[in-house]
Design a protein around this ligand. Structure first.
Ligand SMILES: *Cc1c(COP(=O)(O)O)cnc(C)c1O
Length: 358
């Protein structure tokens, strides 16, 4: 069986080394020593000033919206994981969908201004598949209209843009360290901001809003992560280079294996590095997508229509919005298996099958 993804796991004894520390110290959660160690390690690795390790990427988004005190309307796209939109609704704001750009599959920055009203307070954009949004255009629009910017960088671990971490852009960037993501801590998330005042608020908010033990700064939530998750993050950390290399090799094998096929991949930002988080392909129609998906399943190979369906028409808590560009893309996109344990020969077999099915 070839699944769409398979979490990387470190050698068990390497994880156990960290578990031993928990049994010695009895420090299980609440910003323990390993959580702090992971924050420091990752902020050095990613070259970001401040970074918070939190429960998951969804809580990261919610705390980000809360810390920036956002109200009213937030501009986003329906081509993302549900958490991008649901976090906006959960925080009492209204998502306003803007179409995606057909080449990058990120928010179409030429259509943002038309969606701005006097209620708009922010733009929440996803770096889809880790491919950076046009951050300069977004920054310009945000400045002009006094909007905050949050980036959902759940897919973008390790990506650099203009030689800087992708997480340095916007008022706040978040990342997910969920087991299915490129680099993970089982469950986990990161929040990055350069603004020290916002950082202070985020730090307090992830810990119930506590100021010390008997007073409170503000409304907070439990956004902390445990030592068990930090241990997984620490144990996985040294393996990042080889995970990256293997994914690069597999991606190249896909390119080679699909050479004669008529398909398209999202256009990557030309000033950005790649992290090989996903291998999405766009085919000519939904019919072909279904043929490929069902055909591969017969061979015990599982692909995922990611992101499908478009969030503009599937969420029971939002009215349906007509988003023709996004819908067309969502119907024709497919992510192929990509994970550390996958072998090049398996990719070659997948490619041969796809050629035959199309
Ligand atoms: C995975 C993901 C999230 C949510 O992260 P969790 O850690 O699973 O809560 C948010 N946005 C996008 C784009 C994602 O892929």
């Amino acid at each position: 069986m070839i699944p769409i993804t398979k979490p990387f796991l470190p050698p068990k004894n390497e994880y156990e080394k960290y578990l031993d520390r928990i049994w010695e110290s009895h420090w299980v959660t609440n910003m323990g020593p390993m959580a702090s160690e992971l924050e420091e390690l990752l902020s050095n690795y990613l070259k970001v000033e401040n970074l918070l390790f939190v429960t998951n990427g969804t809580i990261a988004l919610q705390i980000a919206i809360k810390a920036l005190d956002l109200k009213g309307e937030i501009i986003t796209t329906p081509f993302s994981f549900v958490a991008t939109t649901s976090s906006i609704v959960w925080e009492g704001c209204s998502p306003v969908f803007v179409e995606i750009d057909v080449d990058s599959l990120n928010i179409d920055t030429t259509k943002i201004e038309a969606a701005i009203t006097d209620k708009t307070t922010a733009i929440l954009a996803t770096h889809v598949y880790g491919n950076p949004c046009d951050v300069l255009a977004i920054e310009k629009i945000a400045k002009k209209h006094s909007l905050k910017v949050i980036y959902d960088g759940a897919h973008a671990f390790g990506v650099e843009l203009y030689g800087r971490s992708i997480f340095e852009f916007g008022d706040i960037s978040i990342c997910s360290l969920h087991a299915t993501k490129l680099y993970h801590s089982g469950e986990g998330g990161l929040i990055v901001t350069k603004n020290p005042i916002v950082l202070k608020k985020l730090t307090s908010m992830r810990n119930f809003g506590f100021a010390g033990t008997e007073a409170f700064n503000e409304l907070g939530i439990n956004g902390k992560n445990s030592e068990f998750h930090a241990a997984m993050g620490l144990a996985n950390f040294p393996h990042i280079p080889k995970i990256h290399n293997q994914r690069k090799k597999l991606t190249e094998a896909y390119h080679k294996g699909l050479e004669n096929l008529s398909y398209r991949i999202p256009t990557w930002h030309d000033k950005a590095s790649l992290n090989y988080a996903y291998f999405p392909i766009l085919l000519e129609s939904e019919e072909v997508i279904l043929k490929v998906k069902e055909g591969l399943a017969k061979d015990d190979i599982y692909v995922r229509r990611y992101f499908y369906p478009s969030l503009a028409k599937v969420l029971p808590y939002l009215p349906d919005t007509e988003m023709t560009v996004t819908e067309d893309i969502a119907k024709r996109v497919l992510c192929l298996p990509l994970y550390y344990d996958l072998a090049v020969v398996e990719v070659e077999r997948i490619c041969q099958l796809i050629q035959k099915l199309v």
